[in-house]
Every structure is written in structure tokens, then in C-alpha cells.
Write a protein that binds this ligand. Structure first.
Ligand SMILES: NC(=O)c1ccc[n+]([C@@H]2O[C@H](COP(=O)([O-])OP(=O)(O)OC[C@H]3O[C@@H](n4cnc5c(N)ncnc54)[C@H](O)[C@@H]3O)[C@@H](O)[C@H]2O)c1
Ligand SMILES: O=P(O)(O)OC[C@@H](O)[C@@H](O)[C@H](O)[C@H](O)CO
Length: 459
């Protein structure tokens, strides 16, 4: 991808902080959230970030040309607030593996943060690395060769977690200083998820590393929240002209970050920029993942079927809005009441209808099957176990099935078969929840919902 607008020359007004955080998955969100929290911490001058994209060089090159600096624009109905964020000190393309390994292994590095997307974890339905995924299989083979002493430069580890495992192995070999790994992706118990995946990837090929990780790496879970859509080229050109920045980030004013876990080598004073630390992350995480991300997944499937292009327009459609409210009411029954659920729902409606934030449904619909498994299935399973119909969840699943049949949403995850004509609903549900796929009454309800959704499709 070439630069939409040329990167702009920028210069720091104060010395860059020393690199003590390595970020994998540099994108819009990491720059509106993790880098923002770090830049706003009271001790920001002590914490610099070396950030790596997934693969592409585009953003890394543009940021490097701007000395790591970029403009963050908070947009609300009241207008824009812009500021320059200084916490990213170096930006690298994701395949600059030698630098990545050196950064993870550096004794000065205390934290690795991740925004590699839900699909980037390459997990199977049980949460462990998906051993049917060709990239996971290739990385295990590559790690085995590396473990035997081959040159890391000649073998290109391809998955984020494969790369993380090798970086941790080099850290273990060179000094063994502990580290915190913080997931900032929209996955439940994301820290434990990374921990299990890293240890399980390492176990078969680098057993000593697996054991060392269990004892020395603190896998921190976190619930992250800030709606930061990918901006269109047109918007990027307009913002570049206004703010003199080739790679600005546009986000909403709202932000939240709740973390659970230890930081053996210290951390920025993120609480001074509003982050919260807790021993009980699960309720906060479920509130956010089910109500916000679950509704986004619903709006993506149903909204696209109804001919909408973005969240705000889908929310303005009474059919989509009613489906969201019904799903929310089901989810809310399984969340602690003291989390101000009414206030959170009201705030979500305002955030989803922010006229300045164009959040494209085509972006949100990516990887839908994984998201349904993590955001809709847990609510549906709880509702069914409580003896209720889970009609709101059935509508979400039916909308996905119709959208995937129409080519608007992905049908399968990690090679699991898409709906088939003869046994479509139960077959498709297998990708989302084995428990639901065996629930005859729920499968029947989805079959009815599919017909209902088809009658709502507008084309
Ligand atoms: N954008 C948001 O509003 C938002 C809010 C909360 C959480 N998040 C989390 O952050 C993630 C990234 O969001 P974003 O808006 O920055 O997206 P983005 O597309 O701007 O950046 C994603 C980054 O992840 C990398 N990546 C993509 N697929 C990957 C893969 N399979 N393996 C490894 N790396 C991969 C990309 O190369 C890029 O560096 C989301 O998937 C979500 O889990 C995003
Ligand atoms: O790809 P997803 O579904 O995890 O994310 C799409 C949006 O729901 C997400 O980016 C939200 O805007 C974000 O999670 C808000 O904090």
C-alpha cells in the first residue's frame, strides 16, 4: 500500500523516552489507546514504545518519517480536539524480525503489548493454537528448526504468537529477566488466552521455554474500549491537510482500560491517565464484549443485510435498533447489576450514533464467526440453561447465516465448514458453540429467525 498522503516532517520538542514497551499490531487502535494512555501517564518521559505492524511497512514508514509522532483527533458532536502523541519512539514493519526479537529480549524492555486482532491469535474453538491452521503448523516447524540452532534470519516466523515465543526464548537465553505481556484485543480473559497459547506453542518444541514462561512471564488481561474506526482515504487527505500529518488517527472522546495482572519489571503510571487496575476483570470485560462488541457484530450482519454502511446508520434503523435492544436485554441478565448497565447502554447508544465517527460495517464484519463464539454464544448458552428462548441471540446468529449466504459476512472460521444446504443451521452453529448446535429447540428457533431475517433484507 502506498501512502495516501506524504508523511509530514515532524520534530520532537523534548527528548524521546527510552524504549521499555514493545507493541505488536501497530494500527489505529494501539495509537488511540495504549500509546495515548502511555503518553498521558505522569511518568511518560520514562516509557517509550517500539511498535511493530502485523506485516505491512506502510504505517511504519510513515511514522518513522514523522519521528514516531502523529496527531490524535478526538471527534464528538461538539467538534474536534487534536493533540500530538509522542510515546511511540520507533515504528517497524512486522517482518523486521531481527529488531523485534532484539527488542523483546532486551533487558530494558519491561512490557510487551498486543493488538493483533482476535483472528491473529489463531486459536481453535478450545482457545488453544489451531493445529489445523497452516501458519500455526509452519511456525511450530520453524520454532523446532530454530531450537536446533538455525539462523533466525533464514526462517520467517509468520504468526504473532510464534514470533513472541521466539523473542521470549531469546530473552530467557540472554538474561531471563521477567516481563509482562498485556493483550489489548477484544477477547475474554485475553491475558490467560495469550499465556495458554504461548506455553502450548512452546511446549512441544521448546519445553524449557514453556516452563520458563509459566514462571517468569506475567500474562496481563485487559478490557480495552475506544471506538477507533479505520478512516477512509478521503478523510485521511482532509485530516492531513488540516493537521499536517500523513497518518492521523480519528477516535471518539470516550476511553476506558481495565487491567488485571502483575508487572514484574514495572509499568507506566497508567492509572494517572485513567486506567483502572482490578483483581476482578471478568464482569467489566463481559459488559464491554457483550454489550458493545456483541452489538457491533449484530449491527454488522443485520445492518449490511438492511443496506446500511456504517454503525450510526444501522442504529438509526428501528429494525436493527430493536434487535440490539433485545440482545442487550438478554446479555444484561447475566451481568452484575452494580455495573451501571442502564447507564452503559445509554452511553453506547450515544457513542454508536456519534455523527463524527463513521464506523464501517464492512470493517466490523471481518472474522464474524470468531466474534460470535466469544460474544453471542456465551449469552445464548446462559439464556438456554436458564430455560429461556434466547430469541435475541438467535436473531444475531440468523443474521450472520443469511449474511454469510449472501457473501456479506465470512462463513467459516479456521477451516470449519460454512452452512450447508441440507443441515445449514446446526452445521454453522458448530463453528460457534457445540452446546448450541446440539440444542434442538434453539436450532429450530434459528431456522425460524433465518426466515424472518430474510423477510427483512432490503434489496
Ligand atoms: N479499533 C477499535 O476501535 C478497537 C477497539 C478496541 C479493541 N480493538 C482491538 O484492536 C485490534 C486492532 O484494531 P485496529 O483498529 O488497530 O486495527 P488495524 O487494522 O488498524 O491494526 C491491526 C494491527 O494488527 C495487525 N494484524 C492484523 N491481522 C493480524 C494477524 N492475523 N496477525 C498479526 N497481526 C495482525 C495489523 O497488521 C495491524 O498492525 C482489534 O482487532 C481489536 O481486537 C480495536
Ligand atoms: O473487530 P471487533 O469486532 O473486535 O471490533 C470492531 C469494533 O466492535 C471495535 O473496534 C470497537 O469499536 C471497540 O472494541 C470499542 O472499544
Amino acid at each position: 500500500m502506498s501512502l495516501v498522503v506524504p508523511a509530514h516532517k515532524r520534530a520532537r520538542t523534548r527528548p524521546a523516552p527510552p524504549v521499555r514497551i514493545v507493541h505488536m499490531g501497530l494500527g489505529a487502535f494501539s495509537r488511540s489507546h495504549t500509546a495515548w494512555y502511555t503518553a498521558h501517564a505522569a511518568d511518560a518521559h520514562e516509557w517509550g514504545i517500539a511498535a511493530y505492524t502485523g506485516r505491512s511497512a506502510y504505517l511504519a514508514e510513515a511514522l518513522t518519517a514523522q519521528d514516531g509522532l502523529y496527531t490524535l483527533i478526538e471527534r464528538s458532536a461538539g467538534g474536534d480536539q487534536a493533540e500530538v502523541i509522542e510515546s511511540i519512539v520507533r515504528a517497524h514493519p512486522g517482518d523486521d524480525l531481527d529488531s523485534l526479537f532484539a527488542d523483546i529480549a532486551a533487558v530494558t524492555t519491561s512490557i510487551v503489548t498486543l493488538t493483533i486482532t482476535e483472528a491473529g491469535y489463531r486459536s481453535g474453538a478450545d482457545g488453544a493454537p489451531d493445529l489445523t491452521d497452516p501458519l500455526v503448523v509452519a511456525d511450530i516447524a520453524a520454532l523446532r528448526t530454530l531450537a536446533r540452532g538455525s539462523d533466525p534470519g533464514t526462517l520467517r516466523l509468520q504468526t504473532a504468537l510464534g514470533r513472541l515465543v521466539w523473542g521470549l526464548e531469546l530473552r530467557r537465553r540472554s538474561h531471563g529477566t521477567p516481563l509482562a505481556v498485556v493483550s489489548c484485543d477484544n477477547l475474554p480473559d485475553n491475558g490467560r488466552h495469550v499465556g495458554r497459547s504461548v506455553v502450548s506453542l512452546a511446549r512441544s518444541v521448546l519445553p524449557e521455554t514453556a516452563m520458563w514462561c509459566e514462571q517468569n512471564i506475567s500474562f496481563v488481561s485487559s478490557s480495552v474500549d475506544r471506538i477507533t474506526p479505520r478512516i477512509s482515504s478521503q478523510e485521511q487527505v482532509a485530516l492531513a491537510a488540516r493537521y499536517g500529518d500523513g497518518v492521523p488517527v480519528l477516535t471518539e472522546p470516550f476511553h476506558d482500560w481495565v487491567l488485571a495482572g502483575d508487572f514484574p519489571e514495572g509499568r507506566p503510571a497508567w492509572e494517572s491517565s485513567g486506567a483502572r487496575f482490578t483483581n476482578e476483570l471478568e464482569p467489566w470485560e463481559a459488559r464491554k464484549l457483550w454489550l458493545l462488541n456483541g452489538a457491533h457484530t449484530l449491527l454488522a450482519c443485520l445492518g449490511l443485510l438492511r443496506g446500511h454502511v456504517d454503525v450510526a446508520r444501522a442504529m438509526a434503523d428501528p429494525v436493527c435498533r430493536q434487535a440490539v435492544e433485545e440482545f442487550w436485554s438478554e446479555a444484561q441478565r447475566h451481568l452484575p447489576e452494580d455495573l451501571d448497565l442502564h447507564g452503559y447502554r445509554a452511553a453506547l447508544i450515544e457513542r454508536f450514533t456519534n455523527p463524527g465517527i463513521v464506523h464501517r460495517l464492512s470493517q466490523i464484519v471481518l472474522d464474524t464467526p470468531t466474534k460470535l463464539r466469544l460474544r453471542i454464544a456465551p449469552v445464548a448458552e446462559r439464556e438456554r440453561r436458564a430455560g429461556r428462548s434466547a430469541r435475541g441471540c438467535a436473531t444475531v446468529l440468523a443474521a450472520w447465516m443469511v449474511a454469510s449466504e449472501s457473501g456479506l459476512a465470512p462463513a467459516s472460521v479456521s477451516g470449519i465448514e460454512a452452512p450447508t444446504k441440507d443441515n445449514s443451521v446446526a452445521g454453522a452453529l458448530t463453528a460457534v458453540s457445540a452446546e448450541l448446535a446440539e440444542d434442538f429447540a434453539f436450532v429450530t428457533l434459528i431456522e425460524q429467525s433465518v426466515q424472518q431475517v430474510k423477510s427483512l433484507v432490503s434489496w
